[in-house]
Design a protein around this ligand. Structure first.
Ligand code: HEC
Ligand code: HEC
Ligand code: HEC
Length: 216
């Protein structure tokens, strides 16, 4: 367990190191609160907020900066007229089920409650997903709760080919999965932290109490 935690913290350091290097001393605290730092004098009250040092890291952003409109998101070109035609995410997400992570939408509940009805097939509006209701339990060594991988919420969005066989061989227990690999963007990390809920939501994956499994 000790080596495992060392590995895990090494991976976390690797992931968070660029942000830590960019922010020294008071700037770390100031950036977290999104207030400007001025050397040698008290910070002025009315100033435009400093852009977060690491805008890619959503965890370090102030709440008011989540889901900015396309011309301000640093991804779309504000010099292009088309950017202004895009619906701002805050308006688009308004009726969706909220969450406290990622882009602040609980996409699983939003889909289950019928708040969105994405087309399964680009050309065939009637095509339905082939939902597979199969849970896979991955027993975790150490004190972390075990992982329950549910096929159902995945296959409502994804085809089998999104994962099999390029990311996972379809056989329970056949794949070597580790937290280090996930943090490096492999295995579950191919999607989680990029297009699905972030890896910081430990309990969403580590959802099984040890006792619950040992009874089986
Ligand atoms: C998001 C990724 C993902 C998608 C999409 C996905 N699977 Fe899987 N599948 C997994 C993982 C992870 C495992 C467990 C592998 C392990 O434990 O090593 C698994 C295991 C399996 C297994 C083995 C079950 C067992 O008891 O041995 C089968 C069969 C399977 N998947 C079929 C499918 C089918 C059919 C689809 C499409 C309807 C599908 N999967 C879609 C990730 C996925
Ligand atoms: C996207 C799903 C997911 C999230 C989120 C997640 N884990 Fe994991 N974690 C896994 C899987 C899958 C394994 C591998 C289990 C196995 O051995 O089969 C794992 C394994 C582990 C292990 C065992 C040692 C290792 O490195 O494999 C530890 C400890 C761990 N996770 C801690 C965490 C902590 C702490 C967090 C939150 C910061 C977290 N996990 C978030 C899926 C996840
Ligand atoms: C190919 C992309 C992909 C891979 C690989 C993947 N996931 Fe997911 N996962 C998603 C998407 C998309 C969702 C639904 C959107 C969301 O919850 O952010 C999801 C949802 C989930 C949920 C449901 C959360 C809820 O709210 O009910 C769990 C649990 C989960 N994933 C765990 C895992 C674990 C564990 C692995 C690795 C064994 C994994 N996922 C691999 C894309 C993926």
């Amino acid at each position: 367990m000790k080596t495992v935690m060392v590995m895990l913290s090494a991976a976390l350091v690797a992931v968070f190191a660029p942000a830590a290097q960019a922010q020294q001393g008071d700037q770390v605290a100031a950036a977290a609160k999104n207030t400007p730092v001025t050397q040698g004098q008290p910070p002025a009250k009315e100033q435009t907020p400093v852009k977060p040092v690491n805008p890619f890291n959503r965890l370090m952003q102030d709440k008011s900066t989540f889901n900015p409109p396309p011309p301000e998101d640093g991804i779309h070109d504000p010099g292009n007229e088309g950017t202004f035609l895009l619906q701002p995410p805050r308006e688009a997400f308004g009726a969706f089920v909220k969450s406290n992570f990622g882009n602040r939408v609980d996409w699983v509940k939003t889909l289950d409650e019928g708040k969105i009805n994405p087309r399964w097939d680009r050309l065939d509006p009637k095509a339905e997903p082939d939902v597979l209701d199969l849970n896979i339990v991955r027993v975790v060594r150490g004190s972390m709760p075990d992982v329950l991988y549910p096929h159902a919420p995945h296959t409502k969005w994804l085809t089998c080919e999104n994962c099999h066989d390029a990311i996972f061989v379809p056989e329970a227990g056949k794949n070597q999965i580790s937290m280090a690999a996930i943090l490096m963007g492999e295995k579950c990390g191919v999607c989680h932290g990029k297009v699905a809920f972030p890896v910081t939501e430990c309990r969403k994956c580590h959802s099984l109490k040890k006792e619950a499994v040992s009874k089986n």
